[in-house]
Design a protein around this ligand. Structure first.
Ligand code: FES
Length: 112
């Protein structure tokens, strides 16, 4: 069991062994990190690791995290498995999610 701290929202929670940061938060009902596909494809769960050891559960899409960003500690929370207690910053935004793109031609009503 490892602890994940998110100082900007004053949250600390526990991740189980082999659980990603995002899965641990979702299991506990947290909302500090945006939740999208939970499979590395949408980028809304982007974080910066401030401290702690971690590994990737699977490769990250370079559409959301470049090699340079990864070197700076940026990652997708749905791919990060803690190996020690960690401190992170939330970087993701729902504005990046394809689900947020409005296509009024596909709907019977338009935004006001
Ligand atoms: S939730 Fe979609 S990339 Fe992490």
């Amino acid at each position: 069991m490892t602890l994940v701290r998110i100082p900007s929202v004053k949250q600390v929670y526990e991740c189980r062994a082999e659980e990603t940061i995002l899965a641990g938060m979702v299991r506990l009902g947290g909302k500090a990190i945006f939740v999208g596909c939970q499979n590395g494809g949408c980028g809304v769960c982007k974080i910066r690791v401030v401290s702690g050891e971690w590994r990737l559960s699977a490769p990250m899409s370079r559409a959301w995290v470049s090699i340079a960003e990864e070197r700076d500690g940026e990652a997708l929370a749905c791919r990060v498995v803690p190996r020690s207690d960690m401190e992170i910053e939330v970087l993701g935004s729902l504005m990046k999610s394809p689900a947020r793109i409005w296509d009024s031609s596909q709907s019977g009503f338009a935004p006001s």
